[in-house]
Design a protein around this ligand. Structure first.
Ligand SMILES: C[S@@+](CC[C@H](N)C(=O)[O-])C[C@H]1O[C@@H](n2cnc3c(N)ncnc32)[C@H](O)[C@@H]1O
Length: 390
């Protein structure tokens, strides 16, 4: 085993600590040299189970990366790629995921990977050649249009967060095919595997994820508002919202939910429940301002809080001394905090559903029903309830 094969084995071990992975995907991770797709960093760093940002916009926001290997492996298992498949990927980035897919489809399959930026496409091509990876076509285009010239595809995967399912992906998918996308569920992203069934698409699996968002003409309506240095507000549907900084700086009304939940339950289950049920759902992230209450959403030192923003008031979920609390700020703060408490209690009463208790049916519009209305589809969300502590 050469040095880089050992590094790949250690990266696989890191992935397996987070999630089980099929033998086929594990073998692809052993085979494809990730360092060839990240030539600008030291070889050892390419085998850490982390996302590596490879391009930023003029404001410094990340716009391309090699995603975290764990989520790539999970999504490839969701996709269920088999030898001989024809696969379309939206978001070529470094080309590494396309190379993993090429390893899974083998010599009888084919991979088309699309990216919106010409420089990224050029680099992905160079990386694939350097890695000796055949069978991948890299195309510069807006991925929302898919790539009709090679359709139909047995599998379609997006490795960029999408607000809606593009009609082109559904048109270009084989009737027995499968699509996996990081789908926006009112500001919360979940990797959803869907298959055609009776004229619509039905979810097979739903997994938490966090991808940078699709750019171009079909970017979603979500908006990030910088409230202050190091403090930004994310609005899933773009607002409008009033001036929240004075509210945030005013004393909070604190209400106890009486619900105790661990970090995983809050991140995966409660966060999704609140996003789907609360029309004025928002999240705040903080890198410098130290205004947010102790948040149950904090992840690896990354301060984030979530709640409700309405007019000049907001309410944020916080970790109280015993159970979750709601902090209301501004003229309507107490009202919003009460609304937040009611949502937390209804999630608890519903048996604390998590992502994998959710089922999604996607109907192309016009459609009779839908919990979430998108541009081209209506998403019907249903929860299977589970019962805790009984
Ligand atoms: C997280 S990266 C993809 C990682 C990639 N699969 C890899 O293995 O390196 C997301 C990519 O989506 C691309 N992207 C964003 N909007 C796009 C669009 N409308 N069409 C195609 N690609 C897009 C970005 O340029 C970026 O390279």
């Amino acid at each position: 085993m050469d040095g880089t094969a050992e590094l790949r084995e250690s990266m696989l071990a890191q992935v397996l600590r987070h999630s089980p992975v099929s033998e086929a995907v594990a073998e692809a991770l052993r085979l494809v040299p990730r360092h060839a797709f990240l030539p600008e960093i030291p070889v050892e760093e390419a085998y850490i189970d982390e996302a590596i940002v490879t391009k930023r916009d003029p404001d410094g926001l990340p716009i391309s990366s090699s995603s975290q290997p764990t989520i790539m492996a999970i999504m490839l298992d969701q996709l269920g790629v088999r030898p001989g498949h024809r696969v379309l990927e939206i978001g070529a980035g470094t080309g590494y995921n396309a190379a993993l897919i090429a390893a899974l489809v083998g010599p009888d399959g084919a991979v088309v990977s699309v990216d919106i930026d010409a420089d990224l496409v050029l680099r992905a091509r160079e990386h694939l050649d350097a890695a000796g990876c055949a069978g991948v076509s890299v195309v510069c285009a807006d991925g929302y249009d898919g790539f009709p010239a090679r359709a139909p595809y047995d599998r379609v995967i997006a490795t960029v967060g999408v607000w809606d399912l593009a009609p082109a992906w559904l048109d270009q998918l084989h009737p027995d095919g499968r699509i996996v996308v990081p789908l926006d569920l009112r500001g919360v992203q979940r990797s959803v595997a869907l298959e055609p069934a009776d004229g619509h698409l039905r979810s097979l699996s739903i997994v938490p994820c966090g991808f940078m968002r699709l750019r171009g003409a079909y970017a979603g309506p979500e908006k990030t508002v910088v409230l202050d240095d190091g403090l930004s507000l994310f609005l899933p549907e773009g607002g409008p919202v009033g001036d929240l900084l004075p509210a945030l700086d005013s004393p909070a009304v604190e209400l106890d939910t009486g619900v105790l939940a661990d970090h995983a339950e809050v991140l995966d289950g409660l966060g999704l429940w609140l996003a789907v049920h609360e029309p004025a759902w928002c999240t705040l992230t903080e890198t410098a301002s130290a205004r947010l209450p102790r948040s149950p959403f904090d992840l690896r030192g990354f301060a984030m809080s979530a709640g409700i923003a309405d007019g000049d008031s907001l309410a944020l979920l916080a970790s109280g001394p015993v159970s979750l609390t709601a902090h209301g700020h501004g003229p309507e703060g107490a009202l919003l905090a009460g609304r937040l408490v009611a949502h937390v209690r209804s999630w608890d009463t519903a048996g604390r559903p998590m992502s994998d208790d959710l089922r999604i049916t996607a109907h192309r519009r016009p459609a009779p029903t839908g919990t979430l209305v998108k541009t081209h589809t209506m998403l019907d969300l249903t929860w299977t309830t589970r019962h805790v502590g009984t």
